[in-house]
Design a protein around this ligand. Structure first.
Ligand SMILES: NC(=O)C1=CN([C@@H]2O[C@H](COP(=O)(O)OP(=O)(O)OC[C@H]3O[C@@H](n4cnc5c(N)ncnc54)[C@H](O)[C@@H]3O)[C@@H](O)[C@H]2O)C=CC1
Ligand SMILES: O=C(O)[C@@H]1CCC=N1
Length: 264
């Protein structure tokens, strides 16, 4: 696959890393206005860096847009005249809906919206996908790309904002939980490095138990909570202090914010 990432910032470079590590492309163009800080990527075979979006588009089939919402319109205007029927457009841009993309490049393009997260850099992104009518014929290509770099599901476009909160912002939410449990472990006597290792691996183990068994979290909690034991003591104290409630309220606040700043 000949892939271009237009907007090699935080997410664009995370996608690039995932593609490079998984050897999941034929050629890869990375575009950015100032390319000095991505010069290192030229060391990888078949990776080109450029500040010329048109060069990236003309030499690629799959175009992944990873610019800020305010920058997408300009970039689509810039490249629309060189689009051909070989191109599949994949936007990762938050809140920029498909009809708005179609209004610029035309309905007759394969248009896909994706919501990956930065764990794509290590092949573990949960990515949500949707497409325009024409893009339905190419969504399998997007699934193939994102499934090599984690997992993907197809959702209706009206759930993309919610997907952004849970999957994209979700990485930050989980990081904070890992940081908090690390701080707790330091207080119990582990040094900082050990504490983080214990916290990260326990988090990974808990998620893996659910992924591999398909069980509900409470079923696994029942296996850990000895009657009158320390687990239920800790869990109940956390809940008295609003653990679940605070997470749900945070998700609601994030969703409210995304709806206030995007066009759907
Ligand atoms: N950072 C994240 O975890 C996630 C971000 N997103 C979405 O992905 C998009 C990118 O987010 P970030 O990577 O965090 O932003 P960022 O600001 O780190 O990256 C955007 C990049 O686009 C480049 N750029 C700006 N104008 C350009 C142009 N005309 N041509 C080529 N490159 C240009 C900038 O130099 C910058 O490197 C946003 O729309 C965001 O909402 C979606 C999911 C997760
Ligand atoms: O925080 C944000 O608004 C963007 C969207 C998802 C991740 N970063």
């Amino acid at each position: 696959m000949k892939i271009a990432i237009l907007g090699a910032g935080n997410l664009g470079l995370s996608i690039a890393k995932g593609l490079i590590v998984n050897n999941a492309f034929t050629t890869l163009f990375l575009s950015k206005r100032k390319i000095d800080d991505i010069k290192d990527y030229e060391e990888y075979s078949k990776v080109s860096i450029t500040s010329d979006n048109l060069e990236a588009v003309k030499n690629s089939d799959i175009l992944i847009f990873a610019v800020q919402p305010t920058q997408l319109e300009g970039i689509l205007e810039e490249i629309k005249d060189v689009l051909t029927d070989k191109h599949v457009l994949i936007s990762t841009v938050t809140g920029f809906k498909i009809p708005r993309i179609e209004a610029i490049v035309g309905e007759d393009q394969f248009i896909i919206r994706s919501m990956p997260n930065t764990a794509i850099a290590v092949g573990k992104s949960m990515t949500c996908l949707c497409s325009n009518k024409k893009g339905e014929k190419r969504i399998a290509i997007a699934e193939a790309i994102f499934n090599r770099l984690g997992s993907s599901i197809i959702i209706p476009e009206n759930k993309m904002q919610a997907a952004t909160v849970i999957c994209a912002s979700g990485v930050a939410f989980w990081m904070r939980l890992i940081r908090a449990t690390t701080q707790g472990a330091v207080q119990l006597g582990f040094d900082a490095k050990e504490a983080q290792e214990l916290s990260m691996q326990t988090c990974l183990g808990a998620a893996s138990l659910l992924i591999e068994s398909g069980k509900h979290p409470e079923e696994e909690i029942d296996k850990v909570t000895t009657p009158r034991g320390c687990t239920i003591e800790g869990l109940n104290e956390m809940e008295h202090n609003g653990l679940s409630s605070s997470l749900i309220q945070g998700i609601q606040a994030s969703f409210k914010k995304i709806n206030s700043i995007s066009d759907q």
